[in-house]
Design a protein around this ligand. Structure first.
Ligand code: NAD
Length: 496
């Protein structure tokens, strides 16, 4: 029950000997484990180990690095069920979803492994004779990885696997609500054959571990997924040492349902998008924009389904919606429900903590729907990160897209329509990193770029080949085999 940091290939306690508890959000009497509440000295040790390991790891051929990641994928597959069960115990989402979270790690491992035999640069003609030109990708050095709790396996693997494949070494600081999944991942990487120091794990809080990692002068890159507020702080403080900073931040995602949509399908999508992971996904549907012609019909079908959702422990296969991750999260949800009521929105489902039966000892909250929401209300603008859906009305496609785009965020988006022309206008005009046609706002696959526009990030993308641009530096190489000084842009090449 007592877990440690992993530094230079060894499990070690924190220097300050402080600890924190991790409890099951579905039943706070259940202690999951005790973890080190580390500090700056532990970060220093981890960075030193990663820096030393980088000297050798960068020289391991990428296909060999890929083989270790392939073995990591095999081990994740072997342990998928126990990892997923532990994940449900530590952060609450239902077992079907934690299996999906682990599967995303497996997919990412296999994808990264394959990339070991590509990692393409370019060769291109030189402008001068007897000269060869090419570009290659090179690793950056020690990467600080800071992750949230809502995808405890998928998000760390989106970052760590490509970082390693590209030849970097890693100091990993997981969210303090999900330290156990981080331990499982690092155990598996070690078992797969990763040399000591290549991945280091340091548990603790944002201020205790995250801040020293971001400020560390020998950490060359920070890859962060979390809230926009923390992302902005990281961009400012990390910028002082001119680190590369990749930020994946919040969202206020919307699903549009047009009057020509398959309503049954759109109801399924909205239900999964809004209340999957108890609404605690960066890509969760938190706004539903309904065409006025179908609004009443859609809403009555939808609310009937919302009423039928079963709350409970995520390990029970009958459960549809698990608890929120912690007390602060539930308080935040309640405060937004109060804000929505104060703004004059109409509560048509949920609206309070759920404390029936076995749920008394967990952070459960009823799936909540507000109708009559206006585009500028706070509940239509701010990320709530819980099971609260705001319903808005639009009279046309252009109005629906304008409402969708009226947001500081731009992560995911969705439109249900049977008209191919409508779909193409939406693909072109929606301001978001991801658009789904006839699918909910959630459902990303690991071989396409993942990320968003506006306040959702700072222009980087994870997954696919786009993530390689985060974790490598480009080097351009010119080989002059003419045996004389040739001056680019100056020496003229004459054609006879
Ligand atoms: P958070 O910002 O509170 O914390 C994220 C991580 O940062 C945690 O590990 C935390 O300990 C650490 N941290 C906190 N303060 C820090 C600081 N000052 N310096 C360095 N590290 C610090 O977010 P959260 O509550 O864990 O996750 C929810 C948020 O994450 C939501 O806003 C959600 O939209 C976002 N998210 C985004 C994506 C995406 O890909 N765009 C995916 C999942 C979650």
């Amino acid at each position: 029950m007592e877990y440690k940091n992993f530094i230079n290939g060894k499990w070690v306690g924190s220097k300050n000997k402080e600890k924190f508890e991790n409890r099951n959000p579905a039943n706070w009497d259940e202690l999951i484990g005790v973890f080190p509440k580390s500090g700056a000295e532990d970060v220093d040790d981890a960075v030193a180990a990663a820096e030393e390991a980088f000297k050798k790891w960068r020289l391991v051929p990428a296909p060999k690095r890929g083989e270790i990641l392939f073995r990591t994928g095999e081990l994740l597959r072997k342990h998928k069920e126990e990892i997923s069960r532990d994940m449900t115990r530590e952060m609450g989402k239902i077992i079907q979803e934690t299996r999906g979270d682990t599967q995303e790690g497996i997919d990412t491992a296999y994808y990264a492994a394959g990339e070991g035999r590509r990692l393409f640069g370019e060769t291109t003609p030189a402008e001068l004779p007897n000269k060869f030109a090419m570009s290659i990708r090179q690793p950056i050095g020690v990467c600080g990885i800071i992750s949230p709790w809502n995808f405890p396996m998928a998000i760390p693997t989106w970052k760590i696997f490509p970082a390693l494949l590209c030849g970097n070494t890693v100091v990993f600081k997981p969210a303090s609500d999900t330290p156990l999944t981080a331990v499982r991942l690092v155990e598996i990487l070690a078992e797969a054959g990763l040399p000591a120091g290549v991945v280091n794990l340091v548990h603790g809080t944002g201020s205790g571990v995250g801040t020293p990692l971001v400020e560390h002068p020998r950490v060359r890159l920070i890859s962060f997924t979390g809230s926009s507020d923390v992302g902005k702080q990281i961009a400012a403080s990390g910028g002082k040492t001119l680190k590369r900073i990749s930020l994946e931040l919040g969202g206020k995602n919307a699903q549009i349902v047009m009057d020509d949509a398959d309503l049954k399908l759109a109801v399924e999508g909205a239900l999964w998008g809004a209340f999957g992971t108890t609404g605690q996904r960066c890509t969760a549907t938190s706004r539903l924009i309904l065409h006025e012609k179908i609004k009443d019909d859609f809403l009555s079908m939808f609310l009937e389904r919302v009423e039928g959702l079963k709350l409970g422990n995520g390990l029970d296969s009958r459960t549809d919606v698990g608890p929120l991750v912690n007390k602060a999260q539930r308080e935040q949800i309640q405060s937004y429900v109060d804000i929505g009521l104060g703004e004059g929105a109409k509560l048509v489902a949920g609206g309070k903590a759920y404390e029936e039966g076995e749920c008394q000892k967990g952070w459960f909250y009823e799936p909540t729907v507000f109708d009559g929401v206006e585009p500028d209300m706070r509940i239509a603008q701010e990320e709530i990160f819980g099971p609260v859906l705001s319903v808005l009305k639009a009279g046309s496609l252009s109005e629906a897209i304008a409402i969708l785009n009226n947001s500081d965020y731009g992560l995911s988006s969705s439109i249900y329509t049977s008209d191919v022309n409508t779909a193409h206008v939406a693909m072109r005009d929606i301001e978001a990193g991801i658009t789904y046609i006839n699918g909910p706002t959630i459902g990303a696959e690991v071989h396409l770029p993942f990320g968003g526009v506006k306040d959702t990030g700072n222009g980087h993308r994870e997954s696919g080949t786009a993530v390689l641009d985060v974790f490598t530096e480009w080097k351009s190489i010119y080989v002059d085999y003419s045996g004389r000084l040739q001056k680019a842009q100056i020496d003229a090449v004459t054609i006879e």
